[in-house]
Design a protein around this ligand. Structure first.
Ligand code: FPP
Length: 253
């Protein structure tokens, strides 16, 4: 996918794109998509209308990120804690996910994007797992951007799963060299993917909400008041521009 016709000449997007240094793009962006409920509330609509509207933002941000040439985009779609929501809302979210995967798969595949679901996927209902598996199988050999969708995800649960996988490996194949950060990273759900350079959270909350706890150790955090259903490529470009203004020191001076 090319950057051409990414933005209409003279548009705000075109201007932002011009100001972005294409050689210093983040490799991996992670997004906490928040504010769907409040977006709907402001319009006197049911919360699920906000989730439905949020799908348009997912489409736009996935396409924009792939066009920019990111290595990976990770979207927080459903947390382990989200099961506490009313059953009807959980059902709608699961249906929207299936719908997104079903309707977007050909587009995702055409754009050379590799789809991956991360989280405790085995606990999701079968119809959701089937749809996710189909998308993962269809796109497994794609060489473009990796689209990670975090589902039934919790950062602490991921660390627990990581340790259990390591212990299993030790039991089967004997003791591996001393435990190191690199070794732990190899057993995470995100094994092989660079850590996020940029973490975006929409709707203004100043929280991490149990997302990618290990991986965001040195991520730049960008919080925007924009609600997720209003978040479009213009906002993504603004976040990248802000990221490029930051001075990443990784604890040095
Ligand atoms: C947070 O808003 C959003 C979610 C819990 C769900 C995000 C899911 C989608 C946008 C749809 C499916 C995703 C994909 C990848 C196809 P909130 O409900 O917590 O909003 P609030 O804080 O304003 O109540």
């Amino acid at each position: 996918m090319e950057l051409e016709d990414f933005a209409k000449p003279g548009s705000q997007e075109a201007d932002l794109l011009k100001r972005i240094d294409k050689k210093r793009l983040p490799k991996h962006i992670a997004v906490i998509m928040d504010g769907n409920g409040r977006w709907a509330g402001l319009r006197k609509l049911p919360r699920v209308a906000g989730h439905r509207a949020g799908i348009e933002s997912v489409r736009d941000i996935v396409e924009s990120s792939a066009r920019l040439g990111l290595e990976a985009l990770t979207l927080y779609a459903f947390s382990v804690e989200n099961w506490k929501r009313p059953r009807s809302e959980v059902r709608t979210l699961m249906n929207l996910l299936k719908e997104y995967v079903r309707l977007e798969l050909s587009n995702v595949h055409k754009n050379n994007i590799r789809f991956q679901a991360i989280g405790r996927i085995q606990e999701l209902e079968e119809s959701v797992r089937t749809e996710l598996q189909r998308a993962m199988n269809t796109t497994k050999d794609n060489t473009g951007m990796l689209l990670n969708v975090a589902l039934n995800y919790s950062g602490r649960a991921e660390i627990v799963d990581t340790f259990n996988r390591m212990f299993r490996e030790v039991k089967q194949n004997g003791h591996k060299a001393p435990v190191s950060e690199e070794l732990i990273s190899q057993f995470l759900y995100t094994s092989g993917i660079p850590d996020p350079d940029l973490l975006i959270r929409t709707s203004g909350e100043m929280r991490i909400s149990n997302f990618l706890l290990w991986q965001i150790a040195y991520s730049e955090i960008y919080i925007t008041p924009t609600f997720w259903p209003d978040f479009r490529r213009k906002h993504l470009l603004e976040a990248i521009l802000e990221y490029q203004r930051r001075d990443r020191r990784y604890g040095g001076i």
